[in-house]
Design a protein around this ligand. Structure first.
Ligand code: FAD
Length: 344
């Protein structure tokens, strides 16, 4: 039997940011990956403190951005790579009313640090009413982040590349196959539905597609454009456009209507030819009250769940990985807003 402090099940943002807390605090662990492309790996990587429909912000947005910046620096110190792309979001205005609303909101105390008052015009895309820049928005280099951390796990023999088999877990003696552990953290995204200990938590899958396209004419490279969806450059001369939201069509293959929706959205924004080169999809683990679900099992106290990251996997995953770590190791209570016990 090998004795370790933590087992992590799941290799998306929840699992990786929690693993970082363990690395930082010199805790022993292994992380299970079933080798499927997670929702996290198909995500756009947008880091955004503003709700772009209504021009509002959300709970602890500034704290979350600051904490992410610091965390990515820490991860850089042992993987050797930078994953922060300083490309700010430019939100295209539909009309003058939106411009006025943005300007008004930019005077609010909670939004003045996020909404720029200088409207900018972007060449190469349709933006008759210009754009508003979201200050402090950025992007994560998604593939770089996963490659960097997966390489680190592999080199340090932390990676278990197999599907975690719940029937092999002995909760009475805290063992799994030839491992004994102190705590186990389940970070399976929508895969939690198969977990007999936490399948009841109210996670709703929300399917998202993105397309990667070849544009026929250049657009500015250093910004992220937002109209219906996000548009920005990725590798190989392609651009990412997405993602859609769908709570109904939850089958595990590409949904043609989502692709049609994306092509239409991009055509309205980009008035030149483009070619769709790739389509990907994933399932966001969402919760009705839009807050993560964190906490332990009512009977088996060393079984924890870290889920419900919703549409903001990066900020939520990063920030609340520390809340969970502090709860386990320092006995600091979780915020009531994210505590699993709110569903009792
Ligand atoms: C198209 C799209 C675009 C998005 N864009 C953004 C964005 O720009 N910014 C942002 O912050 N968020 C974005 N999101 C949301 C974000 O992707 C999710 O919040 C996030 O991926 C959830 O992370 P997670 O770790 O909880 O789950 P997941 O990413 O789904 O990871 C869970 C992992 O656990 C594995 N797993 C499950 N069960 C087992 C088992 N038994 N054994 C081993 N492994 C297991 C799964 O295979 C999976 O790899 C987007 C989502 C989509 C779909």
């Amino acid at each position: 039997m090998k004795n370790i402090e933590y087992i992590i099940v799941g290799d998306g943002y929840a699992g990786l940011f929690f693993a970082h807390q363990l690395i930082k605090n010199n805790k022993s662990f292994v992380i299970f990956s079933e080798g499927r492309k997670s929702a996290s790996q198909v995500s756009a990587g947008i880091i955004n403190p503003v709700v772009l429909k209504k021009f509002t912000t959300f709970w602890k947005a500034q704290e979350q951005i600051d904490f992410l910046t610091q965390t990515l620096e820490e991860i850089k110190s042992y993987t050797g790579k930078n994953y922060w792309i300083g490309s700010s979001i430019h939100r295209i205005f539909h009309d003058e009313n939106e411009q006025n609303l943005w300007m008004k909101k930019s005077g609010n105390e909670d939004l003045s640090g996020f909404l720029s008052q200088n409207f900018e015009h972007i060449d190469g895309v349709k933006n008759d009413f210009d754009t508003g820049k979201v200050i402090q928005s950025a992007r994560l280099d998604v593939s770089g982040f996963f490659n960097g951390l997966f390489d680190y796990f592999e080199k340090n023999e932390l990676f278990v590349k197999e599907k975690f088999d719940y029937t092999q877990l002995d909760v009475k003696v805290s063992s799994y196959k030839d491992l004994t552990f102190k705590n186990i953290i389940f970070c399976e995204g929508i895969g939690v539905k198969e977990n007999p200990y936490f399948s009841v938590i109210p996670i709703n899958p929300n399917k998202g597609h993105h397309i990667k396209v070849k544009l026929s004419r250049e657009i500015p490279k250093d910004i992220t454009i937002k109209k219906k969806h996000f548009l920005f450059p990725v590798n190989d001369g392609l651009h990412f456009y997405g993602g859609t939201y769908d709570r109904e069509q939850l089958h595990h293959h590409i949904d043609d209507s989502a692709v049609v929706q994306l092509v239409k959205g991009l055509s309205e924004l980009y008035p030149h030819d483009f070619e769709v080169k790739e389509v990907n999809f994933g399932f966001r683990p969402t919760v009705k009250d839009r807050r993560p679900i964190i906490g332990n099992h009512p009977d088996y106290k060393n079984l924890y769940v870290f889920n419900g990251l919703g549409a903001r996997g990066i900020l939520n995953g990063c920030y609340f990985s520390k809340s969970l770590y502090d709860c386990i190791e320092e006995n600091i209570p979780l915020h009531a807003e994210v505590d699993i016990n709110r569903f009792k």
